[in-house]
Design a protein around this ligand. Structure first.
Ligand code: 6PG
Length: 242
């Protein structure tokens, strides 16, 4: 039985402020100041609010040993408004002036299958491996209102269990190709945090937490960290079922 910690906040901004405090504490207390911290971030809107808050902070932490990776990416050019890396670059990387050698984006314009393989190989080269998978220090996950996480969707649940670190997936509504980390890599991370806001997610959060309804169809249900510890950062709207 793994331990789950629910942090519930009255609104999104309060959640973001609290999460940024955690990020700053994590970086300050890194138990390996001389080595790198490897953090993988998801796309969507919630991380952007985190980036904005970090950039607004008057007292910024030293990010010089933090390496950023992506949990998933849409197969679009980086200047496309749906690009996870493109949005992070605009809202975080450039304002914080993070050096390019600390940033490891997925190339949304490359041939998806080849890029998934390249990214997996890059992870193998840059990130400590344990039991055959790369082990991130922290992974930030979002949750879709259909129960997806990363870019593993319910209609491609089998990809969660792939033995590859990275796979090509397809958005069920738009048909857009995505490149996504898989469950083995996600669950191996030393720390995993879900950041979930909004009423549209409440029904899925409820089903996953209470193991009710269609929870077995939701990729997010299979986030079962090897550390046996999982954090949910939720705003009140996302828990409106409670
Ligand atoms: C993506 C994501 C995806 C996202 C959820 C939640 O590229 O879309 O990584 O899994 O985290 O859809 O998105 P919001 O943060 O916008 O609710």
């Amino acid at each position: 039985m793994h331990r789950r910690r629910h942090y519930i906040y009255p609104d999104t901004q309060t959640l973001v402020n609290a999460f940024v405090c955690e990020v700053n504490k994590f970086i300050r207390q890194a138990d390996k100041p001389e080595n790198s911290l490897h953090i993988a971030i998801s796309g969507g809107n919630t991380p952007l609010a985190v980036f904005d808050q970090i950039c607004r902070s008057t007292r910024k932490e030293d990010w010089s040993n933090v390496h950023l990776y992506w949990v998933d990416e849409r197969c679009v050019p980086w200047d496309h408004d749906e690009s996870n890396y493109g949005n992070a670059r605009l809202r975080f990387i450039e304002p914080m002036e993070l050096p390019a050698d600390q940033i490891h984006p997925i190339n949304g314009e490359a041939e998806p299958g080849k890029e998934a393989d390249r990214y997996a190989a890059m992870l193998a080269e840059h990130i400590p491996f344990e039991k055959g998978v790369p082990v991130f220090d922290w992974i930030w996950l979002g949750l879709g209102s259909d129960g997806h996480t990363a870019s593993i969707f319910p209609d491609q649940l089998e990809l969660w269990g792939s033995d590859r670190s990275c796979v090509v997936t397809t958005h069920p509504e738009t048909g857009q190709n995505r490149i996504s980390l898989t469950g083995g890599v996600i669950n191996a991370a030393r720390r995993i945090s879900f950041l979930v806001t909004g009423k549209s997610k409440a029904h899925v959060v409820n089903q996953i937490v209470m193991k009710e309804g269609n929870y077995l169809e939701y990729p997010a249900f299979y986030v079962t960290p090897q550390t046996n510890y999982l954090e949910w950062y939720l705003d009140m709207e996302a828990t409106s079922w409670m």
